[in-house]
Ligand binder design. Structure first.
Ligand code: MN
Length: 288
């Protein structure tokens, strides 16, 4: 595994707000917590949604997400534990397993299913929706599966382990690089007593989501199953947090698009007219 020293920051961003998320279900009844809801899309532009799922009760996940469409954005599924089979209308198929990532650009349209391939045990992970710029919303669809072993990782001198899913952190490039929104997506494991810093571009909106233990940023404690929105503090060049007990969290940042956001379920476009078009195209079988 790579080792990396940490950049010394001038100033860390602090926590603007802690978000509890909303318990909901989606697909064919998969129970999940929607941490990033529609109300936060403007504040956390270019991110549109973050769902956290995690259960050891098959009733909460077994039915999965049967065939459904997407248009106008990207979906990033990070599977911490479990097995999920993906199939789409373009004939692609893949199995997402423990620690793996699926990155999909829906573009002008994909119809796909995401179905658990396990009948017991824990299924845990995240699905993040990343918006596409107006000029790319109707591009060709694309996706790639990344096995856990293919996600770059590094360890700091304080034994913090960092998985770099997208962007780059402390000089280590991640599995995915995207233009325009320049997303950063890290999974950080912080042992008790350690601290961690990573640079964040001043242009980016950013948040963390803690899924084990708790971390402290400045004077604010962010507990497990909470999202912390990071202030866009002028002059801050990154984020530093520390843990008094073992903690695991994702760190997500991206450059805002500052374009109109019109969402209707799995379609996210810039105007109402484009939503009508998406519905019409879907109904008439014009999706990929
Ligand atoms: Mn989907």
């Amino acid at each position: 595994m790579n080792t990396a020293n940490q950049t010394t920051l001038h100033q860390s961003r602090d926590i603007e707000r802690i978000v509890d998320g909303v318990a909901t279900s989606d697909g064919a009844g998969v129970k999940l917590t929607r941490a990033l809801t529609g109300k936060l899309q403007r504040r956390l532009d270019p991110f549109l949604m973050l769902d956290a799922f995690g259960s050891d009760n098959p009733d909460d996940y077994i039915a999965g997400f049967p065939d459904h469409p997407h248009r106008g954005f990207e979906t990033v599924t990070y599977m911490l534990a479990g097995r999920m089979r993906h199939r789409d209308s373009a004939g692609h198929e893949g199995l997402l397993e423990n620690g793996g990532v699926q990155w999909m650009i829906a573009g002008r349209g994909v119809i796909h299913s995401e179905i658990p391939e396990q009948e017991h045990g824990v299924m845990e992970g995240f699905q993040l929706w990343l918006n596409l710029p107006a000029r790319s919303k109707m591009r060709e669809p694309w996706y790639q599966d990344f096995s856990s072993a293919s996600i770059p990782e590094y360890v700091t001198p304080e034994n913090v382990t960092v998985r770099v899913i997208a962007g780059s952190s402390n000089g280590v490039p991640g599995a995915v690089t995207r233009e325009i929104t320049e997303p950063l997506y890290l999974d950080v494991h912080v042992p008790a007593g350690a601290s961690f810093s990573t640079a964040l571009p001043a242009t980016h909106n950013a948040f963390i989501y803690v899924y084990r233990g708790k971390v402290k940023i400045g004077d604010t404690l962010v507990e497990s199953r909470r999202m912390g929105i990071l202030n866009n503090t002028p002059g801050a060049d990154g984020v530093t947090f520390n843990a008094t007990e073992d903690a695991r969290l994702i760190v997500v940042a991206g450059k805002p698009l500052n374009e109109p956001i019109v969402q209707y379920g799995p379609f996210v476009m810039n105007t109402q007219e484009e939503i009508h078009q998406a519905l019409g195209d879907f109904k008439n079988g014009r999706f990929a």
